[in-house]
Design a protein around this ligand. Structure first.
Ligand code: SF4
Length: 142
């Protein structure tokens, strides 16, 4: 049985000596918490894949950021796991770009999520976790 390694907190990884790049992939959520910070939830605002690629290119070609020892590519929403296909494409692009640029972060990266956890069991999420084993960390929303 595959296990999901839960986040130990970014501050405990590399003593917090890292860059965090956050993608807000959707404003939609399958929960309706009364205290939600995302006002006006909707499924009209989903991150565009081409925009995500431009962000990745910009970050990976930035000479100053390159001096940082590690990176957390962070996905939030709304509920980010609703956009698993998009996130999977973005992560594939990130890994490919880091490899092709021989970027120092290729050996020092995480994909992190702030999620309500309701979709852990979905096939798409399970496939994604298997593909990126050892690099995926989930944090629970509070
Ligand atoms: S799970 Fe998070 S995004 Fe969704 S309604 Fe609750 S607080 Fe808002």
């Amino acid at each position: 049985m595959n296990s999901v390694r839960m986040s130990t907190g970014l501050e405990q990884w590399r003593d917090g000596d890292l860059v965090t790049i956050t993608f807000c992939v959707t404003q939609e959520c399958n929960f309706a918490c009364t205290y939600c910070y995302m006002v006006g939830k909707n499924n009209n605002h989903i991150m565009n894949y081409e925009m995500a690629k431009q962000i990745v290119d910009f970050v990976l070609n930035n000479e100053f950021l390159k001096t940082m020892p590690a990176v957390a590519w962070d996905f939030i929403g709304g509920e980010p796991l609703l956009e698993m296909e998009l996130i999977d494409k973005i992560c594939d692009y990130i890994v490919l770009k880091m490899y092709s640029l021989n970027h120092p972060w290729f050996k020092h990266y995480r994909f992190t999520f702030s999620t309500n956890g309701s979709l852990y069991g979905s096939e798409l999420v399970r496939q994604y976790i298997n593909k990126h084993k050892g690099h995926v960390y989930f944090g629970r929303k509070r």
